[in-house]
Each structure stands twice: as structure tokens, then as C-alpha cells.
Design a protein around this ligand. Structure first.
Ligand code: GDP
Length: 447
């Protein structure tokens, strides 16, 4: 395949994660509006609709929370995909739900991410709740995105208007959350901190918006103690370009499937994790095992002929029945199929949770966009956290923060790869009763 066209901007998949109600959808909606992706007319329409439902403050979130049920409940349920352009990147914005019932959808969004914006509600009590050991979604999301290999993160400290743009509050959050992010494995140099107010449009895309606060003496942004740091869009441009597996065989985990009622055509949507594909190419669709031909490719509502590692696309297939293409499946090169397995050896790290994992524990396993029930059949050995070496100990249960090699048997087969050959298809998270207990990698595919 030809090299990327000159002048074409690098695609960056950016997950927006954080506690429910921290302002993720409002922030995304604002960014899209400020960058011309949502017109003034559309915004008026959203404002009107939101007001009619008695939810005026949700107007910007309205632009992203698509389904009626989401609007009804005022929460984001699936991964909303939107596009915007910064100076350096063509950004694919993945607005992930914060509500605890939808963490699996959040995982689906986060597995595609090159970097993330972690949105924090800076209000007193809300920030603290997000870091709560048992219920804190800030905590769970940060741990999850790190476990998916995301190592660059922007912390958008939102709702600064609620705390009077207080520098003390901003510094306090930076210190408390910074220590936690460090413990999750984020290097301090890979974390940027941006005080914002999505509601009042402060510090999102430019300093000009800060004027409103200049009279506020204690204000952090726009006062005599003027905030001199970056705004959010600058921080996005400061993200290091992600490395891509262009030369490896095609791997595209399927996030969503769109079936056209009128034409009967089926499209698989997702991010190309490795290799490339072009119209006319034959692709193997797993786990069904059927081969289809790429009829057309679409990105950001525009047709394209080629999609390469890093690109988020909708692939319309022909010569294949729609029932054979499912979310959680994978498109790959017919000569280089991905494994379909039920027996796996995993290296896992227990999160800081009270529930242990025992031999025989029934868990939910998440691998890219696939979710499968299964059980732990063996704990082979513990891994020493300091040396990374396996110990002789093979305990019957795993407690918080322990690392181990375990054997699992899934109820049904999933498309996976060993972590060493494809990172995106080799990462797992283990959940039970709506909580993530452990994260890890596929060390060995048994069968
Ligand atoms: P999400 O669940 O994280 O997507 O949160 P939403 O975007 O739906 O926002 C939750 C609530 O917080 C809504 O009422 C928003 O209007 C409000 N909100 C969002 N950002 C801000 C902000 O910067 N300041 C204030 N005061 N309210 C905000």
C-alpha cells in the first residue's frame, strides 16, 4: 500500500473518560462547537430540545448523547464518536460513558485510544468521590486506560467555575490525583493538567475566552495571578504521535456493526490496529470465519480508498451475510488469521479492590470489544512486584495489588492474540459484579 499521503494529518484517537457527571459530554460538545463541528444552528436546536425537556444545562451534552434513552436519563451509554481538527491532529473523540453500568462500553472506547482526557469535577465532594476506593470511577477509569497501554493523559480539571477558579483547589487536585496516577504507572512527564470550565467556556481552545474572569481577584485564570499554562487544545497538540504497526498483517477489532435495512449491506466499524486495507481487498471476518470483500471505506462521513493502522473507519463488506459480522469480532488478512481461543494463560494485576479472585471464580473477560464469561481454573504462580520474576508460590486466591499468572477457560471462544504479537488484541480486563478486579495481558494461547 502507498505511504500515507503527504499533508494528511495524523489521526489521534482520544478517549474522554471520568466519573459520571464530571462534564465529559459537555466538554466534548463545547469543543465540537468551538471548532466548527457543530454549527450555531444545530447548537440552538440542541439548546431548545434540552430546555423543552427541562434539562437546559445539558445542551452541550445533548449534541453527543444520541439516543432517546440517554437523553431521558441524562447519561451517555455507548461510545459516541466525533471528529475534530487541532493544529497537529485529526482527532477521533471517543466520549465514553462514566456511569458504572456502562463501564464495558467505556472499555470498548478506551481500547481504541491513543491518549486520553480524564475529566475531573473539581467541586468539593465530587472530586473526592471520584477517587473513592470502592465507588470512584475516576480511579477505575484511570487504572483501566493505563492497562490498555494509554500512557499519555490530559487531566481536564473541570467545573472550575464552581470552585471560584481557585488555584489552591487546582493545586490540591493536582497533588492528590497526581500521586494516584503515578501509582497507576503514568509517568509525571506524560500527564498534563489543564483547569477548565466546559460550562463557562474557559481555557478550552484559547485564552481569549478567559476575559470574563479578569475582574475576579482570586481567580486562577485571568486574574493578577494569571494562569499562564496551556489551554486544552494546546495540550492535545502536545501529545506525542503514537507509533503504528503499519507493516504487520491487518487487525481491526469490530466495535460496532451497522446493517442497512434498504440495501442489506453490512459495515464493520472500528480502529485499524495493525496493517492496512483498501477497497477491493478480501478480508477474513472472525470468529465466523467467512471471507468478504471491502466494498467501500468511510471515515468521518467521507469515502476513502485506503485505511491504515491508527485510522478509525467503517468498512462496508460485500459477499458476506450480515449475521456473520458481529461486534467483538475481528477483520484480518485471510492468510494471517487471528487465533480463536477459549483456554488462555494470562498475566494479571489485581487492582486495589476488596474482592479476591479465587480458583473457580466466575468472571467477565473483556478483550478489545469482546466480552465473554469464563472461570479461573488455576493460579500458576505469583509475580514478584519488585523483580517481575515468577515466584514458586501458587496460592489459591489473589488479593488486592498482587500479580500472577493464571489459567482461564472461557464459556465461548474469543479472537485474541498473545500480547507480544499484537498489543491491542492481547490486553484483558477481568470484571465481576460491575467492578473491574484485575487487568492483564494474554501471555499464552493454550487452545
Ligand atoms: P458526563 O456524565 O461526564 O458526560 O457529564 P455531563 O456533560 O452530562 O454534565 C453533567 C452536568 O454537569 C450537567 O448538568 C452539565 O451542565 C454540568 N457541567 C458540565 N460542565 C460544567 C462546568 O464546567 N461547570 C458547571 N458549573 N457545570 C458543568
Amino acid at each position: 500500500l502507498p505511504d500515507q499521503k503527504e499533508g494528511k494529518m495524523t489521526q489521534l484517537s482520544l478517549a474522554i473518560v471520568g466519573h459520571v457527571d464530571s462534564g465529559k459530554s459537555t466538554l466534548s460538545g463545547r469543543l465540537l462547537h468551538l471548532l466548527g463541528r457543530i454549527s450555531q444552528k444545530e447548537m440552538h436546536k440542541y439548546e431548545k430540545e434540552a430546555k423543552q425537556q427541562g434539562k437546559g444545562s445539558f445542551a452541550y451534552a445533548w449534541a453527543l448523547d444520541e439516543s432517546a434513552e440517554e437523553r431521558e436519563r441524562g447519561i451517555t451509554m455507548t461510545v459516541a464518536v466525533a471528529y475534530l481538527d487541532s493544529k497537529r491532529y485529526h482527532v477521533v473523540l471517543l466520549d465514553s460513558p462514566g456511569h458504572k453500568d456502562f463501564v464495558p462500553n467505556m472499555i470498548s472506547g478506551a481500547t481504541q485510544a491513543d491518549a486520553a482526557i480524564l475529566v475531573i469535577d473539581s467541586s468539593v465532594g465530587s472530586f473526592e468521590a471520584g477517587l473513592d476506593k470502592n465507588k470512584g470511577q475516576t480511579r477505575e477509569h484511570a487504572q483501566l486506560i493505563r492497562s490498555f497501554g494509554v500512557d499519555q493523559i490530559i487531566v481536564a480539571v473541570n467545573k472550575m467555575d464552581v470552585v471560584g477558579y481557585s488555584k489552591e483547589r487546582f493545586d490540591f487536585i493536582k497533588q492528590r490525583l497526581g500521586a494516584f496516577l503515578h501509582s497507576c504507572g503514568f509517568k509525571d512527564s506524560m500527564v498534563s493538567w489543564i483547569p477548565v470550565s466546559a460550562m463557562e467556556n474557559q481555557n478550552l481552545v484559547g485564552a481569549a475566552s478567559d476575559v470574563r474572569l479578569s475582574s475576579c481577584r482570586k481567580a486562577y485564570i485571568g486574574s493578577t495571578d494569571r494562569y499562564k499554562g496551556s489551554h486544552l487544545l494546546d495540550a492535545i497538540d502536545s501529545i506525542q504521535p503514537p507509533s503504528r504497526d503499519f507493516s504487520k498483517p491487518l487487525r481491526m477489532p469490530i466495535c460496532d456493526v451497522i446493517k442497512s435495512q434498504s440495501s442489506g449491506q453490512v459495515s464493520a466499524c472500528g480502529k485499524v490496529e495493525a496493517g492496512a486495507l483498501r477497497t477491493g481487498f478480501k478480508v477474513l471476518v472472525l470468529p465466523s470465519g467467512y471471507v468478504g470483500t471491502v466494498r467501500s471505506l468511510e471515515h468521518d462521513s467521507k469515502a476513502c480508498n485506503v485505511a491504515r493502522a491508527g485510522d478509525n473507519v467503517a468498512v462496508t463488506l460485500q459477499g458476506i451475510d450480515a449475521t456473520h459480522v458481529i461486534p467483538g469480532g475481528v477483520l484480518c488478512h485471510p492468510d494471517f488469521p487471528v487465533a480463536i481461543a477459549t483456554n488462555l494463560e494470562l498475566k494479571v494485576l489485581m487492582l486495589d479492590v476488596e474482592t479476591p479472585i479465587l480458583i473457580g471464580s466466575h468472571l467477565e473477560f473483556h478483550v478489545h470489544h469482546a466480552k465473554q464469561a469464563g472461570r479461573v481454573v488455576k493460579i500458576l504462580s505469583l509475580i514478584d512486584s519488585k523483580t517481575g520474576k515468577m515466584t514458586k508460590k501458587a496460592p489459591r486466591c489473589l488479593m488486592a495489588k498482587q500479580s500472577a499468572v493464571i489459567r482461564v477457560v472461557l464459556d465461548d471462544a474469543v479472537c485474541v492474540e498473545e500480547f507480544s504479537s499484537c498489543k491491542a488484541l492481547g490486553r484483558v480486563s477481568l470484571r465481576a459484579s460491575g467492578r473491574t478486579l484485575a487487568v492483564g495481558i494474554v501471555d499464552k494461547i493454550i487452545n
